[in-house]
Unconditional design. Structure first.
Length: 291
């Protein structure tokens, strides 16, 4: 029987055919946690979710077995890729806020408690201006949804270009600047951390990373983990996921993380390549469960 310290392993699954179809795919994979998109991740807007689809999603969540009988299947969503809350381009800035408000509203309707979000890219305006821009945008989004219970989960990044979030201190700075920090959580991605220069491949490096988490965003604020190997080397600043054990991180990094009971029941989500046969997540889940 799963306990509060048993890793809750899952994957990002497709919602082709409607968001409610995700639960069948998750069950087929044997997921103990789930991540979805609540709209097309590469478009600014989408048609409103039909009430029937919202009801079907909630019913699917209620009836899909979780890792513990007393708790529902751990569930998060991932925000669209076009959103840039600190863009200096006024049209992109405005559309980013609108898109985030829309996606949080969809999560609220569906009962999804957390929406994973990349902080944004300052595009040459500078780190401080970018961090402040993200915080002010989050304030505006929160003001537009004063009663929403869903939290934004800021995700660490590989740091490509002018993208913010490669250092945990940057995530902590955004959280410190928002008016409602209790409405912000964190999602940590292993590939992004490694590409940003956090070496998780040995005990000392892993402990240094965990200490950095505790000193900045704190473990208590971490609401999701993305388990991805890295196609490129330490500090490459390239965001390219690899299958578990097939990248530069190697299986040892994941064995170490899974053995750390301090993460408790936080959902651990695969975003690894599916492969030509589409079975990549099934293989990676089997690898992780065998560690």
């Amino acid at each position: 029987m799963a306990t509060s310290a048993t890793p809750h392993l899952g994957a990002h699954v497709s919602t082709a055919g409607g968001v409610s179809t995700a639960f069948g795919r998750a069950a087929d994979l044997g997921c103990d946690a789930l991540q979805v998109f609540v709209k097309n991740a590469n478009t600014w807007s989408a048609k409103p979710l039909p009430e029937a689809e919202i009801s079907a999603f909630r019913a699917g969540h209620a009836t899909t077995p979780g890792p513990r009988a007393s708790a529902p299947l751990p569930l998060v969503a991932h925000a669209g890729y076009l959103i840039n809350l600190c863009s200096p381009k006024s049209d992109v800035h405005a559309r980013s806020r609108e898109a985030l408000i829309d996606e949080l509203g969809r999560c609220e309707a569906l009962g999804v408690p957390g929406l994973v979000l990349h902080p944004g890219a300052h595009l040459g305006e500078g780190e401080e201006a970018g961090l402040d821009g993200v915080a002010r945008s989050l304030d505006a989004v929160h003001a537009a949804l004063p009663d929403a219970r869903v939290r934004v989960l800021l995700e660490n990044t590989a740091g490509q270009g002018t993208v913010l979030g490669s250092r945990l201190e940057q995530l902590a700075a955004v959280i410190a600047r928002v008016d409602a920090p209790d409405r912000i959580g964190v999602c940590l991605d292993t590939c992004h951390a490694f590409a940003a220069g956090y070496d998780l491949r040995d005990d000392d490096g892993y402990r240094a990373f965990v200490d950095a988490v505790e000193a900045t965003v704190t473990r208590a604020r971490v609401a999701a983990l993305h388990l991805n190997d890295s196609k490129f080397a330490l500090g490459s600043r390239k965001d390219r996921h690899a299958s578990i054990g097939a990248g530069e991180l190697g299986v040892g990094a994941f064995a170490r993380l899974l053995a750390d009971e301090a993460w408790g029941a936080i959902p651990m989500i695969l975003e690894t390549p599916l492969g030509d046969d589409g079975d990549g997540h099934a293989r990676d889940l089997a690898t992780l469960r065998g560690l």
